[in-house]
Design a protein around this ligand. Structure first.
Ligand code: 6CS
Length: 283
């Protein structure tokens, strides 16, 4: 081999090696080893079926915890221990070290993507309204709520539906923070709110279990995006997030991901058709 050609080859190899060395592999912060030693991952949930659910005996289920439990098992973290949190308190709790990860259907949005390290997408859903039978105020969108001075909307504190209502122009005093599904349903039944908004699968689960003919569902809410969540890790724990993503990708590839989430009504295809990059960039 002519010396000139060899030098070119060496330079190319050197450039490749330099690129690989500079590749953004997350530095291992030891968080996974910490969780293995701990024997469990502390997860934040909301108790909003079918995303997350806590039974009377304390058993945690729901699509998000079920996926997280399976991924962590494959990472050598035996179990998950859940604590219930309001959506608006989940990220501060994660940042304060009260949780190791949020597995709650916390939808990816640019402002949240700036605050946490999301996994790749897991659960996707549109938005819905629960309201009085016959939809007397004709509410089909958050803008309809804004345009009707009598319409009061209930939504989770710090949640996506609260933000969508405010962004659509609903005044703060007509956006009522509701702590959980049962409270929202009761407030609707008692006429303290005119519409209660959650993701479609959550509203359908709630209304179908209520078996109350005076309540009906409008889904999807017109003009509202379809969102997807991911497991949300603390900034700085990207090595753990990357390890989570490797196992999540294997579950998606093998069909086990679909077996975990589709019995809850979620679409594996929806989650597999998008990426964290796309969802975090979406305006
Ligand atoms: O990510 C959120 O903000 C929304 N996610 C779910 C699963 N339910 C309501 C909440 O507002």
């Amino acid at each position: 081999m002519k010396i000139r050609h060899f030098m070119a080859m060496a330079a190319g190899a050197g450039a490749l090696a330099a690129f690989v060395a500079a590749a953004p592999a997350s530095a291992d912060d030891g968080k996974l080893e910490e969780l293995k030693a701990q024997g469990f991952a502390r997860v934040a949930i909301a108790n909003e079926p079918p995303f997350t659910a806590v039974a009377a005996d304390g058993k945690v289920s729901g699509a998000a915890p079920d996926v997280a439990r399976e991924v962590f098992k494959r990472l050598g973290v035996e179990d998950i221990v859940a604590s219930i949190s309001e959506y608006g308190a989940m990220i501060p709790g994660l940042q304060a070290g009260r949780h190791d990860v949020i597995t709650a259907g916390l939808f990816m949005k640019p402002e949240r993507c700036a605050a946490v390290a999301y996994s790749e997408p897991i659960l996707c859903d549109a938005e819905a309204f629960a309201l009085k039978q016959g939809n007397p105020l004709g509410l089909k969108s958050y803008k309809d709520v804004a345009d009707n001075p009598d319409a009061r909307i209930g939504a989770p504190g710090g949640g996506t539906e609260e933000k969508l209502a405010l962004e659509a122009g609903v005044p703060r005093d007509r956006v009522i923070v509701v702590p959980d599904g049962q409270s929202g349903l009761k407030m609707l039944q008692d006429g303290r709110i005119d519409v209660y908004s959650l993701p479609v699968l959550s509203i359908n689960d709630l209304v179908s279990k209520a078996n109350d003919p005076s309540i009906e569902v409008v889904a999807p809410v017109e003009g509202a995006p379809v969102y997807c969540d991911g497991a949300a890790f603390k900034k700085g724990n990207e090595a753990l997030r990357d390890a989570f993503d490797v196992e999540l990708a294997k579950l998606k590839e093998s069909g086990e991901f679909a077996k975990l989430i589709e019995p809850y009504g979620f679409s594996s295809a929806a989650a597999m058709s998008t990426t964290r990059e796309k969802l975090c960039a979406a305006q």
